[in-house]
Design a binder for this molecule. Structure first.
Ligand code: IDP
Ligand code: MG
Length: 151
């Protein structure tokens, strides 16, 4: 499987509830590599671009209001199959339907307060990484224990 990158963001509820550390741990523990991270309060323009595919949905303005309401933690994670695997770690969009053991399954109940975002495919990941990060903010590096993670 190819090494790829995905865009992950801890939403304002995750930051406000003090869940940043344990969410980062789940990705680190799994064995993925953090290559970019920053905290920011997204502008309306950025939020509307990010959620552009949902522009016509009834919940769009609530979603944009929420995501711009406070700091988020924006990240890029790298690894083999990380795009699909991160979606599994995150769990279903509706937290009450998300499996226990997933981030949303363990940490949320409300669809509008579901703690975390993850890119849903290769094209989306590419678009979202470019939208949220300048290429200079993304670091190429090799973990010293890399050899112990490979077959
Ligand atoms: P995802 O975050 O699991 O990829 P999407 O369908 O892309 O889910 O929706 C983006 C975000 O919009 C969701 O994470 C959720 O917070 C919110 N959302 C999705 N569907 C609804 C809805 O029916 N009501 C309210 N908020 C919703
Ligand atoms: Mg989505």
């Amino acid at each position: 499987m190819a090494v790829e990158r995905t865009f992950i963001a801890i939403k304002p509820d995750g930051v406000q509830r003090g869940l940043v550390g344990q969410i980062l741990s789940r990705f680190e523990d799994k064995g993925f590599k953090l290559v970019a991270l920053k905290q920011l309060i997204p502008s309306r323009e950025l939020a509307e671009q990010h959620y552009g595919v949902h522009r016509e949905r009834p919940f769009f303005s609530d979603l944009v209001n929420f995501i711009t309401s406070g700091p988020i933690v924006a990240m890029v994670w790298e690894g083999e199959g990380v795009i699909a695997s991160a979606r599994k770690l995150i769990g279903s969009t509706k937290p009450l339907e998300a499996e226990p053991g997933t981030i949303r399954g363990d940490l949320a109940v409300n669809i509008g307060r579901n703690v975390i975002h993850g890119s849903d495919g290769h094209e989306t990941a590419k678009f979202e990484i470019g939208l949220w990060f300048d290429s200079k903010e993304i670091n190429d590096w090799t973990p010293s224990d890399q050899i112990w993670r490979e077959e």
